[in-house]
Design a protein around this ligand. Structure first.
Ligand SMILES: C[S@@+](CC[C@H](N)C(=O)[O-])C[C@H]1O[C@@H](n2cnc3c(N)ncnc32)[C@H](O)[C@@H]1O
Length: 223
């Protein structure tokens, strides 16, 4: 999708990669510490998968968290600097550099199918998101699960493009990035229209004030 916002999103992650590594290394995002990290790890473990593909893995914390000697875990990301940081941190998983356009164009190696594919806060495109997800159907074993953790905003916020200026971060981020917010009903409608069935749709909330933080959407191929 040359020239589209997809390119801009990826370029901003390239520019922000060192800042992102610092943010994760210094545990700067409170909602991750309080709820969303545990929520996605628990959701994955409930499926007890043998083979996991972590897409948009960043510096690899989730791949490391779910890695076990009996489990094959590979993380991929479109930003070389994040992939090399993940590789340097080690801890068991494999890593490789591929971007979403590579996936849409069928350029992933012919890997054995996975029991579970996960995107943790890594989907920011509008229509291109489902072109990407549909291409992944062939990489899931029959009955396998696709898990997405994504930002949830209050019910009065509607789907549309927004810009993240990183104002709430302690670390300085050089590049703002555009991202598409998809409200709850649009996730459900788009999933169903694209041949996915919703296995579970979970609200992740702040443990004390119960503010909605994210959704974990668990999908399976419908047919
Ligand atoms: C908010 S970070 C999340 C990283 C990781 N999943 C985590 O939970 O810490 C979003 C990630 O999506 C990746 N990403 C965004 N657009 C991408 C694209 N078009 N192709 C590949 N990776 C992309 C970024 O490089 C970044 O690592």
């Amino acid at each position: 999708m040359p020239g589209s916002l997809s390119d801009e999103i990826l370029s901003s992650w390239q520019a922000n990669s060192q800042s992102w590594i610092t943010t994760i290394d210094q545990n700067e995002i409170i909602s991750r510490q309080l709820a969303t990290n545990d929520a996605i790890v628990t959701a994955i473990e409930q499926h007890n998968p043998s083979r996991v593909l972590d897409i948009g893995c960043g510096e690899g914390w989730l791949s490391r968290a779910i890695y076990a000697p009996h489990r094959f875990v590979i993380g991929i990301d479109g930003v070389e600097k994040l992939v090399s940081n993940a590789t340097k941190k080690g801890g068991g998983p494999a890593y490789a550099c591929f971007n979403y356009e590579d996936i849409r164009q069928g350029k992933l190696p012919s890997w054995e199918p996975f029991d579970l594919i996960v995107f943790n806060f890594a989907l920011f495109e509008d229509r291109a998101t489902f072109t990407l997800l549909n291409q992944l159907k062939q990489l899931l074993v029959p009955g396998g699960h696709l898990l997405i953790q994504t930002i949830a905003l209050p019910a009065h916020e509607f789907s549309g493009w927004r810009t993240e200026y990183w104002r709430s971060m302690k670390t300085n981020y050089p590049a703002p990035f555009p991202w598409y917010y998809r409200e709850r009903d649009e996730w459900k409608k788009d999933a169903q229209q694209n041949g996915w069935k919703i296995h579970r749709f979970t609200d992740v909330v702040h443990p004390e004030n119960k503010q909605l933080l994210s959704w974990i959407i668990e999908l399976q191929v419908a047919f």
